[in-house]
Ligand binder design. Structure first.
Ligand SMILES: NC(=O)c1ccc[n+]([C@@H]2O[C@H](COP(=O)([O-])OP(=O)(O)OC[C@H]3O[C@@H](n4cnc5c(N)ncnc54)[C@H](O)[C@@H]3O)[C@@H](O)[C@H]2O)c1
Length: 258
């Protein structure tokens, strides 16, 4: 991997939800900054291919299959990173699932899936990672929340609730470990062009019109890219943000300024 910089040189980084979208873009960006990566996802083929791509380009990456809704899989992913690289400098809980349904239309399985992946995943992973980071003398935790963790949107109450919870988890953990060298932040993407958004639009009656509507609703008149999220995530997990903790950073083209 041609190293664009050294901002994460030799840092051991675990990224969940790494196989596609924002997680994939972050993996590639972090690798170019010298990170050693453990990539976790339920999508095995894409994750393994990404690890091969990074390794073939001279970087360091391994893939671990993990369903973050399961406590044991989060622990396995953290342990895999520590086993492989001897430490865990950055835990980046990025895996997430959407639920574009009103509450009465959301069944128990829908609710359990969204809260399991989006809330319990980061909770379980952080719970297992914090003692590792304390032993090392520090580390960095980043959760991918969403602009919907800051401002609500229609027709997605369970998703909004899950992302609001993650924002508050980041703030609460940031306070608890502020004196121990562990920084905890949340990345709050706006509407970003990824497979998740494509799936969301495809579920609409007129996907083309939905896509145009998303762009038109943005202050910048366009959607964000996964690469733009990766640049912000890189800053939040690098030493450049060393005095930043407990922050929920919108990467939303101005959406939450409205
Ligand atoms: N795309 C957007 O507009 C947008 C906006 C705000 C927040 N987000 C958040 O960004 C994060 C990444 O989303 P994305 O847009 O890149 O979506 P995506 O669907 O492209 O990627 C999500 C990744 O998470 C993985 N994943 C899903 N369930 C999992 C599980 N149980 N265990 C492990 N991995 C699992 C998927 O396989 C996929 O690789 C999510 O947390 C999402 O909620 C996305």
């Amino acid at each position: 991997m041609p190293t664009a910089g050294t901002r994460l040189r030799d840092r051991a980084v675990l990224i969940t939800g790494a196989s596609t979208g924002i997680g994939r873009a972050c993996a590639l960006r972090f690798a170019r900054e010298g990170a050693r990566l453990a990539l976790a996802d339920v999508q095995v083929e894409g994750g393994e291919a990404l690890a091969r791509e990074i390794t073939a380009a001279g970087g360091t990456a391994c893939f671990v299959r993990a369903d973050v809704a399961r406590r044991a899989d989060n622990e396995l992913a953290v342990d895999a990173c520590v086993d492989r690289f001897g430490r865990l400098d950055v835990l980046f809980c990025n895996a997430g699932v959407n639920l574009p349904k009103r509450l009465p239309d959301s069944d128990d399985d829908d609710i359990a899936r969204v809260l399991g992946v989006n809330v319990l995943g980061p909770l379980y992973a952080a719970r297992h990672a914090i003692p590792v980071m304390q032993k090392q003398g520090g580390g960095c935790i980043l959760f991918t929340a969403s602009k919907t963790g800051l401002v609500a949107q229609t027709d997605s109450p369970v998703y909004c609730a899950s992302k609001g919870a993650v924002v508050m988890l980041a703030k609460a953990l940031a306070l608890d470990y502020a004196t121990q060298g562990i920084r905890v932040n949340a990345l709050c993407p706006g509407i970003i062009e990824t497979p998740m958004l494509r799936e969301f639009a495809d579920a609409m009656d007129d996907p083309g019109a939905a896509w145009a509507r998303y762009s038109a609703a943005q202050p910048m008149g366009r959607l964000g890219t996964a690469e733009e999220c990766a640049d912000a995530a890189l800053w939040l997990v690098s030493d450049e943000s060393s005095f930043v903790t407990g922050v929920a950073l919108p990467v939303d083209g101005g959406f939450t300024a409205m």
